[in-house]
Design a protein around this ligand. Structure first.
Ligand code: UDX
Length: 456
């Protein structure tokens, strides 16, 4: 099939590369000419394991076509995915301006598409004559319920306005994406479920066809349900994290071990083991934004979503709670040399959006500490977010003369550091592990004062 993907970030580019791998022809539309030139060379402008190889393969096969031009992509496309950003407004609501701007440009570049699933010779003749312009416009960005309907209006109005002689036959749909940064390729190639929110059989059949060849259950719903399902999934995962963080804080008080508590809870199939890792709270481009957006949706419908409000509050407090632990351990922070291991919001990504590690670094600097940090991939983005941050090219360098080391991102390589040598370089052998990554006994056996979250 011929597909256009508008927006080539984590979701858009990964989806484009995977659909190309499935055998579709995919136009990946991005306005930034420099980034498109990179993509054409098979390079990816952000760190995502496995994606550069998949993009290079798609571009070399001719099935993945990066372009800055809607005019090149839209007329040929049968299915158009909107994968642009929906960042939070100060109110917490999702900013949909990029979604509507993309829909408008799609409309302005409307044109005949090859007849999808032609039913007979009549349809095929129509397609050949260029009369057939049926397309499915799909929201893949996380958007509030009702957005697809607004997209429908934007397209109708703008196609009519610009191209009065072109028949505008289309459906809107919602096809939320559940990939995680750091494992985006794996998640997209192996979805647990493909959710298809549609209000027509024709759109349903086309979207089922797009995803042919991928494993996972197909769940066909109405559009509003699909839109809500994505928010509900992210909010529930965020709830699990905030819940276990509160249990961890209580474990600190009562002398229990949260890792073992979570392991035991996870053995119950009704609970499941995933997303029960205590730490310094969730960050990233999705959970903080989507929980706030869902809370705001509830607010505008006069519904007080108390549980979600608490989830958001607990998450905001959790990183401050860790700062408090640092203060309790080191006393005043003024003049203290503190080494930071990890700046990304999670491992296997260079993304620092809403990163607890960057927030904590900023607070330490504000309190007069001398902070030096290491991250295998996120140093550049962290310095852009926090220019006063000093970064080092190796973990051993942040350990040098440090009064304490803070482990703030769960990179597995930190587990294998030569901790004995690290200790020798430090002024005081203190490690505060905000991700419960290291083994408390091994660290204490090495002579460290080792403090983690919910493992007294
Ligand atoms: C999330 C969802 O998992 C994904 O389905 C959705 O499409 C986008 O949002 P992502 O933000 O990329 O994905 O990463 P994820 O692995 O979910 O982690 C989010 C945050 O939660 C990270 O800061 C991570 O460190 C934290 N986390 C995750 C925990 O603190 N504990 C856990 O048990 C799991």
């Amino acid at each position: 099939m011929q597909i256009a993907i508008i927006g080539a970030g984590y979701v858009g580019l990964t989806s484009a590369a995977v659909y190309a791998k499935l055998g579709h022809t995919v136009f990946a539309v991005r306005k930034d000419a420099e980034k498109v030139a990179m993509l054409k060379r098979g390079q990816v402008p952000f760190y995502e394991p496995g994606l550069p190889e998949l993009v290079a393969e798609g571009v070399a096969s001719g099935r993945l076509i990066p372009t800055t031009s809607y005019a090149e992509a839209v007329p040929k496309a049968e299915v158009i995915f909107l994968c642009v950003g929906t960042p939070p407004l100060p109110s917490g609501e999702a900013d949909l301006s990029q979604v509507f701007a993309a829909a408008k440009e799609v409309a302005e570049n409307w044109g005949p598409s090859p007849s999808p699933l032609p039913k007979g010779e009549g349809d095929r003749a129509k397609a050949r004559s260029g009369e057939e312009t049926y397309k499915v416009i799909v929201d893949k960005s996380t958007v509030p319920v009702g957005t697809a309907e607004k997209v429908r209006k934007v397209i109708e109005e703008n196609v009519k306005l610009k191209m009065q002689n072109v028949k505008c036959d289309f459906d809107v749909a919602s096809c939320p994406e559940f990939l995680r940064e750091g494992s985006a390729v794996h998640d997209t190639m192996n979805p647990d479920r493909v959710v298809i929110g549609v209000d027509s059989d024709r759109a349903r059949d086309m979207l089922l066809k797009v995803h042919e060849g991928l494993p996972g259950e197909r769940l066909v719903t109405d559009i509003a349900t699909a839109e809500m399902l994505k928010y509900a999934s992210n909010a529930f995962l965020a709830t699990k994290i905030s819940f276990i963080n509160e249990i961890a804080n209580l474990c600190d008080e009562v002398g229990a071990n949260v890792d073992e508590v979570a392991r035991g809870m996870g053995m119950d199939p009704r609970i499941g083991p995933a997303f029960l890792k205590a730490g310094i709270g969730y960050g990233g481009a999705c959970f903080p934004k989507d929980t706030k957006a869902l809370h705001s949706i509830a607010f505008w419908h006069d519904y007080d979503f108390k549980l979600l409000k608490a989830v958001i509050e607990v998450n905001q407090t959790q990183r401050r709670h860790f700062l408090q632990k640092i203060r309790q351990t080191l006393g005043t922070l003024e003049g203290k040399k503190i080494g930071i291991l990890g700046l990304a919001f999670k491992n296997n990504t260079d993304d620092v959006r809403e990163s607890a590690a960057v927030d904590i670094s900023a607070w330490l600097i504000k309190e007069g500490a001398q902070v030096r940090a290491y991250d295998p991939h996120a140093e550049g983005n962290a310095r852009a977010a926090l220019p006063e941050l000093i970064t080092c090219p190796a973990p051993q360098e942040v350990a040098k003369d440090a009064d304490a080391l803070l482990l703030l991102t769960e990179w597995s390589e930190f587990r294998d550091l030569p901790w004995g040598t690290m200790k020798e370089k430090m002024r005081q052998p203190i490690v505060l592990d905000g991700r419960n990554l290291l083994d408390p006994k091994s660290m204490r056996d090495l002579g460290f004062t080792y403090i983690s979250v919910g493992r007294p």
